[in-house]
Design a protein around this ligand. Sequence first.
Ligand SMILES: C[S@@+](CC[C@H](N)C(=O)[O-])C[C@H]1O[C@@H](n2cnc3c(N)ncnc32)[C@H](O)[C@@H]1O
Length: 242
Amino acid sequence: MISKIKRKLNTYRSIKHKGFNLPITRTNQGLNDNENYLNSSKEQIDHLVSLKLINETSNVLDFGSGQGRLVNGLKFANINIEEYVGVDTDANSIKWCNRFLNNYNMNLKFVHLPAFNARYNKSANGLLELPVENNKFDLVFLNSVFSHMMSNDIAFYLKEFNRIINKNGAIYLTAFTEENVPNVSENPIDYLNETNKNGSLHRVRYEINYFNSLIKNSGLKIEHYLHQHIDWSKQSVFVLKK
Ligand SMILES: C[S@@+](CC[C@H](N)C(=O)[O-])C[C@H]1O[C@@H](n2cnc3c(N)ncnc32)[C@H](O)[C@@H]1O
């Protein structure tokens, strides 16, 4: 109860660090240090730039945008894009972004889409299609979102992403994927120091061939796969295209 009240209060407060507004309550494990928080985002943006997935004309959807870590990273890395839309099922995160990031001089929109997630939004009913026209986005970015979802949800959203990216568009996503493990494991004990005390969907790990089959069934193709590429979370990176 106390942590619920604290979380609510933290939607009205931010930390000022080097001119950036950073959240007090963060949904990212291992990113409590402000400098690490900004650098974690800059590293991913540098990766997106090196893969030629973003430039100043890009329309980007940040799915499961949390506290807009990507937006702070864009400002920190001094990268301009055409349009950014952040979508999240957690109302407090979207409120925080609207309060503290909307004064950045960027074309930003934060949308609350209350879809069911056993960790982040238990009161919602089922999943929701994205209120976005077909072929709209150049890039769908999702960091540490499929790592908190079971396979039916992933299959649903992969199809949605395929629908909303344009013909040259891409999806950059992270997930826990390994070889020689069961197809799907929620909070597997002893995996990356999992203790099973972190609540539902803390870490959902997938067998790599099974995860690839979810991608294939959505009609998308894997352009890059980098096992445990994200240093601070040990999640793998996938770049998908039509
Ligand atoms: C670990 S946080 C990552 C936040 C952000 N992507 C980042 O890298 O800082 C996972 C986020 O995914 C959001 N999420 C989970 N399921 C979702 C769904 N079905 N629709 C939208 N957002 C979802 C959660 O509310 C949470 O903000």
